[in-house]
Design a binder for this molecule. Structure first.
Ligand code: C5P
Length: 304
């Protein structure tokens, strides 16, 4: 009888930003920021299989997605292999993408972080977390966060991660408005307000509005929202429509956009909101009812 092929499977969750302030532009072209991010249950799936010695290959369900060294998954696998100095290590990687890209949801960064963590297990390496964090930060500003999820404050260009306690589950309706936006285009547009007072208040106690029984978890703010709207008028229009439909529920852009979210009171409220948005935003837009992840959910996933 043939043995089943050993493989490792990982879910790579998307994130939202509850708070994002840009502090300054740096000499290296990046921006110093303060952000609070939390993962949500909208995921890509990665599977890692044995492959001939030295081979690292990637296949994906998305037509046209680069699967060469420009893909963060391949770069993550190769950087880990280089770090441990074992060129014979190999993997055939399958990536099922569900998270929209160019949506400010960190899908590519999460895939890269999941690859670092899964291959550490698959290749039976013992790489301390601080070393993985360094590899992650070299891959992209958001990658380190996903090694510390579900909830963290991130500073520097995003790679300095301080995990936060108290990750709760909130019901969100996510809207990807059917168009990708380029993060570098927004950062380099010159449209980020860097002169006004900075909001460095990243976390406040729960604000509770007794009138409508709705609680807002954080100080909701995104400095990239205005420049995104200036660069991409279609995203601004979607946001205006969404704000009207949300009728008082909190609404915010995630990261540099184009995705945005509405915070709902509970599952029933979320389902009703989703139905409304689905009729207003037909495909290629994507509307999805999601929950933010807490520590228990994340631990269950990691041990799968
Ligand atoms: O690090 P990452 O590859 O995600 O960054 C993509 C681009 O976004 C960078 O090349 C830079 O133009 C911009 N960026 C920035 N400041 C940050 C993060 C990203 O200017 N903190």
């Amino acid at each position: 009888m043939t043995q089943p092929t050993p493989f490792v499977e990982r879910l790579a969750p998307a994130k939202i930003n509850w708070f994002l302030e840009i502090l300054r532009k740096r000499d290296d072209g990046f921006h110093d920021l303060t952000t609070v991010m939390q993962t949500i249950d909208w995921c890509d799936t990665l599977r890692f299989y044995p492959a001939p010695a030295g081979a690292i290959s990637l296949t994906t369900n998305v037509e046209g997605l680069e699967v060469d060294d420009s893909n963060l998954v391949v770069r993550a696998a190769k950087s880990l292999r280089e770090f441990v100095g074992k060129p014979e290590l190999s993997a055939r990687i399958e990536l099922d993408k569900d998270i929209p890209w160019g949506g400010g949801l960190g899908g590519g960064s999460s895939d890269a972080a999941a690859t670092l963590s899964a291959l550490t297990e698959f290749w039976e390496l013992s790489v301390p977390l601080p070393d993985l964090m360094v590899l992650a930060s070299e891959l992209g500003s958001d990658v380190s966060f996903f090694l510390s999820a579900p909830l963290a404050k991130c500073e520097g260009r995003g790679e300095l991660v301080a995990p936060l306690e108290g990750a709760s589950t909130y019901w969100l309706v996510m809207l990807w408005p059917g168009m990708a936006v380029s993060t570098p285009a927004i950062y380099q547009s010159g449209k980020i307000d860097l002169t006004g007072p900075r909001h460095n208040r990243y976390l406040i106690d729960t604000e509770y509005d007794s009138e409508d029984q709705r609680s807002t978890p954080f100080y909701l703010f995104n400095r990239l929202q205005a420049p995104c709207f200036e660069c991409f008028d279609a995203v601004r229009k979607c946001f205006c429509t969404l704000t009207t439909l949300a009728s008082g529920r909190p609404v915010l852009l995630s990261g540099s956009g184009s995705s945005m979210f509405v915070i709902c009171q509970d599952e029933a409220d979320g389902r009703a909101m989703r139905a409304q948005l689905e009729s207003q935003f037909p495909p290629p837009a994507r509307v999805r009812l999601c929950r933010t992840l807490d520590r228990a959910t994340t631990t269950t996933w990691r041990s799968q």
